[in-house]
Design a protein around this ligand. Structure first.
Ligand SMILES: [Zn+2]
Length: 393
């Protein structure tokens, strides 16, 4: 019998005396509002005690877009002003695999998942509905935890949900809708490619940089990376290696979505692979969402197409991302969603307004960074990789 099938909670509680991660205001922390010429910049911003003002903290050279201040309804204004420092937080999970299968970075088995729940302490976890309700009523204790899953992956449905159910627990599942109807989003397909078709992740990174240099010489990749210092990037994601940070910097800051796809699609084609084959059985469909909903799990928003830098999008585009996401989920499960998580931890003041207008009551960040005047759409989450580190695994 697998460990998770007879686990009954208890175990060490590494959180009982652990404070939230100290603020470093990097990457998704105090810097998320700084949009300069359409690109995010990692500059320090002064956080303000007034939530409405702190949500729109000034950048050094704000674009017209960031200066745009839409009218806020009085109801929403009241809601935003009621924001208080929250307690309670979520654990954030993504990928799971069967024992013996090839797997990508950060992926865990059902047994490892159960070990993690035991290590943290079964008694600290609340069922999703109860956590959600307490969050709305501001009745969460500091050690009230919930379990969350992003990106509607089929492995969560097949491997993680049964473990939760064996513990009598339910979780939040945050869904990006575009893939539920058979569309393919590159994000996950590229992950499968780099995880399953290279001997190691560093081997992939090497091949990727070679291809980017050959295909896009005008970008001058060696020149752009000359002064790159991993320590200055993704500071709140301590589990990333220097190579992981370098890759993400090239992907998001040097190439951007179009050039990144160009390079990755070329690599995939060179190996004679097809993206629709790589995408088979990757994501849940509406049937899975309905099934999870019926079992008491909460289905929430995660944007429509999962942009990696949603905060750089125009307000109308952001609104469209969440409106389509909202409508799909409401239609798929027959219940209006009231929770969400920010894809790639990317959001700004306008995102929170859009979500508030949709009736979203509880939202999650992707880090434990402290945020001054944290609101109910900014609950912290601890990445499962940090739990593994605490376990010494
Ligand atoms: Zn995501």
């Amino acid at each position: 019998m697998a460990a998770w099938q007879n686990a009954s909670g208890g175990g060490l509680n590494p959180f009982a005396s652990t404070k939230l991660t100290a603020p470093n205001h990097a990457d998704g922390c105090g810097l998320k509002w700084s949009v300069i010429n359409g690109r995010s910049r990692k500059t320090s911003v002064a956080l303000n005690r007034d939530p409405l003002r702190s949500l729109g903290a000034p950048s050094a050279n704000p674009s017209k877009k960031s200066l745009h201040k839409p009218k806020i309804s009085s109801k929403l204004r009241i809601m935003l002003r009621r924001l208080t420092r929250t307690s309670g937080y979520g654990l954030m999970f993504h990928h799971f695999h069967q024992p013996g299968a090839r797997f990508g970075q950060g992926s865990i088995t059902a047994d490892r998942f159960a070990d993690m729940l035991d290590f943290v302490g079964r008694d600290l976890f609340l069922p999703a509905e109860e956590w959600h309700q307490r969050a709305i009523e501001k009745k969460l204790g500091k050690d009230d935890l919930c379990i969350t899953f992003d990106d509607n992956l089929m492995c969560q449905y097949e491997i993680a949900a049964p473990v939760l159910e064996s513990y009598g627990l339910t979780g939040f599942f945050f869904i990006y809708s575009s893939v539920c109807g058979g569309n393919i989003e590159n994000l996950e397909v590229y992950r499968v490619f780099r995880s399953e078709y290279f001997d190691s992740i560093p081997a992939f990174y090497e091949a990727f940089e070679r291809e980017a240099e050959a295909r896009l010489p005008e970008i001058n990749l060696p020149g752009r990376m000359k002064d790159f210092n991993p320590a200055d990037n993704l500071q709140s994601f301590a589990f990333y290696t220097a190579e992981d940070k370098r890759f993400r910097f090239i992907r998001d800051d040097v190439l951007g979505p179009e050039d990144y796809s160009l390079v990755m699609d070329a690599m995939i084609a060179q190996r004679g692979l097809k993206k629709d084959i790589l995408a088979q059985h990757l994501w849940m469909d509406d049937h899975c969402l309905r099934s999870l909903g019926k079992k008491g799990h909460i289905i929430g928003l995660h944007s429509y197409s999962h942009p990696t830098r949603l905060c750089n999008l125009a307000r109308e585009t952001q609104a469209e991302e969440y409106r389509k996401n909202y409508e799909h989920i409401a239609q798929a499960i027959g219940v209006k969603p009231t929770s969400m998580s920010h894809p790639c931890n990317s959001y700004n003041r306008e995102t929170l307004e859009i979500l508030g207008e949709l009736g979203i009551r509880v939202g999650f960040c992707a880090t434990m960074c402290e945020i001054e005047d944290r609101g109910p759409l900014e609950f912290p989450r601890k990445d499962h990789a940090n739990i593994l580190r605490e376990m010494g695994a």
